[in-house]
Design a protein around this ligand. Structure first.
Ligand code: FMN
Length: 188
């Protein structure tokens, strides 16, 4: 399976990176083709809401000249996309949110009969790490992700929240087991 992972933490060796690396290692061990994209070193501009992308329903069609059109192209050719992020102020990181906003260019006619998406039927998974618990903390990030999948017309492949994170060296074997189980779940 062709898999793209969007690593949305600015910390290359942080908690999100470590949990995601366990997921990716397991996916590779199962024979999958995984491309991990570290968003923080990419040129990422916010959506302009210009609507030009809607004039080209058969392609990404975004007019901005940054690194996101290439990332979106990779996403459209993947069978599974993993969205990974630390929890920042009860939401996803700015890096990942910026890419998500730009997925506005992946679909047309949401809520209308002609609703079509370049990622129709794709599996998408969400992995989030945070310092606090899930309850009264991480819900909104997962709710927003699920709502994003409606215009995308995608399949929720799985969701994993790793709470009570401090430093990456404290992420233990129990968490690694959750990451490995998550890898098996998300491929379906
Ligand atoms: C700007 C900022 C906002 C944060 N907001 C939250 C939050 O709302 N809830 C939470 O549980 N943790 C919060 N944290 C903690 C991080 O989510 C947590 O340490 C995470 O594991 C960091 O991931 P990383 O090591 O991949 O960067 C925040 C951290 C930062 C820097």
């Amino acid at each position: 399976m062709k898999i793209v992972a969007l690593q949305g933490s600015p910390r290359k060796k942080g908690n999100t990176a470590k949990v995601l690396s366990w997921v990716e290692e397991e996916l590779v061990a199962m024979g999958h083709d995984v491309e991990s994209i570290f968003l923080n070193t990419k040129n990422l501009k916010g959506c302009l809401a210009c609507g030009k992308c809607k004039e080209k329903p058969d392609s990404v069609g975004c007019i901005q000249k940054d690194d996101i059109p290439e990332i979106l192209e990779k996403m459209t050719s993947a069978e599974l996309v993993i969205f990974a992020s630390p929890l920042y102020f009860w939401g996803l990181s700015a890096q990942l949110k910026t890419v998500i906003d730009r997925t506005y260019s992946l679909y047309v006619d949401y809520h209308q009969p002609g609703h079509a998406s370049l990622v129709d039927g794709q599996r998408q998974a969400l992995l989030v790490t945070g310092a606090g618990p899930f309850e009264n903390n991480a819900e909104a990030a997962f709710t927003a992700f699920g709502r994003m999948q409606k215009p995308h017309k995608t399949v929720n492949a799985g969701e994993l929240f790793i709470g009570s994170c401090s430093t990456p060296d404290k992420l233990d074997d129990q968490i690694k087991d959750k990451a490995v189980a998550f890898a098996h779940k998300i491929i379906g």
